[in-house]
Design a protein around this ligand. Structure first.
Ligand SMILES: NC(=O)c1ccc[n+]([C@@H]2O[C@H](COP(=O)([O-])OP(=O)(O)OC[C@H]3O[C@@H](n4cnc5c(N)ncnc54)[C@H](O)[C@@H]3O)[C@@H](O)[C@H]2O)c1
Length: 358
């Protein structure tokens, strides 16, 4: 019996369902080429479902979802609803309650014409960001006092735990070793102003002592935003906190061609993990068929790698790289001139054209 992977699919809001449809077509094709099965179960959670039922993510559905081998998410967020309601109730709930402590974001430029920076070559942009994914301001410890009055006070705690920081940092050192490229790990923080980040400084030094083969580097987040534009080639593996990782990786995504290609894995090694494009629901483009599905296709590649289907994952990456190097897509934005469906077709054609990796 060929292996079959059970995937919980949450297409979500806005452009989410459109890009997920194409990614699933690519997944089905690569599965049939590599001889494994896929059993997707679709879940309706998102704005439409909420507006009809007032349900965000019920406990019974959460338990069922966690029983799958992996989760594929499109995007969550709808301007008709209170800001953050579904983002917190669905994305943050899955990240926190499944304890998906690493948000892994590869940043790779496949073709020079996609990079907005002058004279930057593909070999100069190849790094990966490990964003801590369960703490920081996102932990939701917040409050308002005298709301709506001239004396209003609003607070939100930035929270780091030794355990949370250490497991992200350790994962990043292991990854730098496994990548085996520059063998370098850069810590990005703001310990000079956010003194609680001293915990990151100390943990990085202590864990780093166990990895003498990995060179350690450090940057403050403000400088890192400048360096990643000026000299992206300096990075190999990066580790950072939840909020800085959120911001830094959107900037990094632009260097690899934009949100139309940037993918992420929300991981707890050894447990059910969640894969998604890093973009949101892009409400302005919903239903117009112009969103680029490649970010979700690349999230599928990350998911397959995680599920032990490394050859199929590399096959998708090679196909996407081949398509992008062909320059048929002038950009990865909504202005590419190609529909979401057509880009899905092009990736599938490329899968047939490139030879499957050994
Ligand atoms: N993980 C998630 O589901 C997630 C992540 C970020 C934002 N959000 C939510 O999404 C909603 C919209 O947020 P936003 O507008 O700040 O960010 P967004 O990522 O949805 O869109 C920003 C812009 O990026 C471009 N873009 C995004 N995806 C693209 C794609 N696939 N192809 C081509 N271009 C693409 C578009 O120009 C778009 O206007 C909000 O409700 C936000 O909270 C959800």
């Amino acid at each position: 019996m060929p292996k079959s992977h059970r995937i919980a699919v949450i297409p979500g809001d806005g452009i989410g369902p459109e890009v997920v449809d194409e990614a699933l077509r690519v997944l089905e094709r690569v599965a049939s080429m590599h001889g494994f099965g896929i059993q997707p179960t679709r879940y309706p959670y998102g704005a439409e479902h909420y507006l009809k039922t007032r349900e965000i993510l019920p406990d019974a559905a959460f338990s069922e979802i966690r029983g799958h081998d992996a989760i594929l998410l499109g995007a969550i967020g709808d301007p008709r609803l209170e800001i953050g309601l579904l983002e917190f109730g669905i994305i943050a709930k899955l990240r926190f309650d499944l304890d998906l402590f690493v948000n892994l974001r590869p940043v790779r430029l496949y073709a020079e014409h996609l990079c907005p920076l002058k004279d930057v070559k593909p070999e100069q942009v190849d790094f990966v960001v490990v964003r801590e994914n369960t703490e920081d301001a996102y932990a939701g410890m917040r409050g308002f006092f005298k709301k709506g009055t001239p004396d209003e006070i609003a607070t939100q705690e930035i929270l780091f735990t030794r355990k949370g920081v250490e497991r992200a940092v350790r994962y990043a050192f292991e990854l730098a070793r496994k990548r085996g490229k520059r063998k370098k790990l850069t810590l990005i923080d703001k310990a000079n102003a956010i003194r609680a980040m001293d915990l990151w400084t100390r943990t990085f030094a202590e864990v780093g002592a166990e990895y003498p083969d990995i060179a350690r580097d450090h940057q403050y987040i403000d400088a890192a935003c400048m360096y990643v534009v000026r000299e992206p080639a300096q990075y190999d593996t990066v580790v950072t906190s939840n909020m800085f990782g959120d911001i830094f990786t959107d900037l990094a995504a632009m260097i690899q061609g934009g949100l139309g290609i940037a993918a992420s894995g929300n991981l707890h090694p050894g447990r059910v993990s969640l894969f998604e494009p890093i973009h949101g629901s892009a409400p302005k483009y919903t239903g117009r068929g112009v969103a680029n599905p490649i970010a979700t296709v690349m999230a599928v590649a990350m998911m397959l790698d995680y599920l032990g289907e490394g050859r199929a994952a590399r096959h998708i990456e090679d196909a996407v790289a081949d398509l992008l190097r062909s320059r048929r897509l002038p950009s990865l934005g909504t202005d590419s001139g190609f529909s979401t469906r057509k880009i899905g077709d092009l990736v599938i054609e490329a899968l047939d054209q490139v030879s499957a990796p050994a």
